[in-house]
Design a protein around this ligand. Structure first.
Ligand SMILES: [Mg+2]
Length: 392
């Protein structure tokens, strides 16, 4: 098979708010090959991603991504890895946008290949079976410790045994205030729940400020301490990891290639590596990081905030890993992401989820929703149309 076509769709909610919610728009990628169709989503600013698809070549290291994808072979997982390598080789001056765009296209290639071979992606990756995983709910801290406790009680009553609190006032006031929030969260969840804390990079590169929170995190038996620093601050991660024997660090959602994630493991000392498949370069890179993490005794966790198809493509890379047993589950994505798929990965009566046992991602895109949220766009250079919205 050859890659016959790639179509990029810019989907957007009628109103996009200036809040930390990445489910408000989407760059949806559709691939066709020999009559088979695959879908994937890239985590990026859609119009910037589309531009990296068709932007005129600047020089040999700055090709549009289209040059490395269209017409290429699609008979095996190795062909997909070769497409990814070509994009990095031919568009390395266009990175990071090329990294993000190829993430969505690469997922669509796996989905297309899986449907052509009538196998789930996790099988194409080499897993024999899937493992059930504990989904965690991700919520913002309350404005007060009492509010945080109430949120924990509410989430627990909805059936979530694992809850992550992040952002909000954390790290912005005093060590005592943060400790009050952490203890309130623990009280609300109960002693047997998993509690994770996401600092949302608030301490930038201030190791002392991040370390001041460690005693409360340890007392509250917090499972992981996420993103205390900027994702590139490897030395700071490493220094904090050495001072935190009880609570392991987590990070990696900002890694847009496998090297960055592996360095966070090697030099940052994280105990959990969190990968967004739609950002890291796709399923091949996410799988590589999952294997590397496992070899180093680090747990792999997906970072997923958007649709059910993004959730399925995020589960594939670590579907068969028993040790990496906890997964981020998009709790309240915007309507666009809720309506984008016909089927879902629901939480079972045991409180667990797993990757679908069906061809490709096992998730069907709802084309009516694609039409509903589609934004018409056109890019012209010297009067020539390089991109216009494709037909759904
Ligand atoms: Mg985070």
């Amino acid at each position: 098979m050859k890659i016959d076509s790639v179509d990029l769709f810019y989907l957007r909610m009628p109103e996009v708010l200036d809040i930390g919610d990445g489910s408000q728009d989407s760059l949806l990628c559709r691939v066709t090959s020999n009559g088979h169709v695959g879908w994937g989503e890239a985590v990026c600013s859609p119009m910037v991603g589309i531009t990296s698809w068709i932007t005129p070549m600047s020089h040999s290291g700055c090709h549009p991504v289209i040059d490395s994808v269209l017409g290429q072979r699609l008979d095996s997982p190795e062909d997909i890895r070769q497409v990814y390598r070509n994009v990095r080789q031919n568009s390395f001056y266009g990175l990071l946008q090329s990294d993000l765009l190829i993430s969505g296209i690469e997922i669509a290639l796996w989905d297309c290949l899986g449907r052509a071979k009538e196998e789930p992606i996790w099988k194409l990756l080499g897993y024999n079976k899937t493992e059930r995983k504990l989904p965690y709910a991700s919520v913002l801290f309350g404005d007060t410790a009492a509010e945080t406790k109430q949120k924990a009680v509410d989430m627990r009553s909805k059936g979530f045994k694992a809850i992550k609190f992040g952002w909000g006032p954390f790290g912005l006031t005093t060590v005592e205030d943060d400790a009050a929030h952490i203890h309130a969260a623990r009280e609300g969840i109960g002693a047997d729940g998993y509690l994770m804390i996401d600092a949302g990079t608030v301490f930038k590169d201030d190791v002392e400020a991040a370390a001041n929170r460690l005693p409360a995190l340890a007392e509250a038996n917090v499972y992981w301490y996420e993103e205390p620093f900027d994702g590139y601050a490897l030395a700071e991660y490493g220094a904090l990891a050495k001072r935190s024997s009880k609570v392991k660090l987590a990070g990696g959602e900002g890694a847009h290639n496998a090297f960055q994630a592996e360095q966070l493991i090697d030099y940052g000392g994280v105990g959990f590596i969190q990968i967004d498949t739609g950002y890291v370069g796709g399923i091949g890179n996410a799988y590589r990081v999952a294997q590397y993490a496992t070899s180093k005794g680090v747990k792999y966790v997906n970072h997923t905030f958007t649709s059910q198809s993004a959730l399925s493509s995020s589960l594939q890379p670590f579907a068969g890993l028993k040790e990496s047993n906890i997964t981020e589950y998009p709790m309240e994505p915007k309507a666009l992401c809720q309506e984008l798929t016909v089927n879902r990965i629901d939480v079972g009566s045991d409180g667990m989820i797993e990757a679908p046992d069906a061809p490709g991602t096992g998730i069907t895109i709802n084309t009516a929703a694609v039409k509903k949220y589609l934004v018409e766009a056109e890019i012209k250079v010297k009067g020539k149309t390089l991109y216009s919205t494709p037909t759904v």
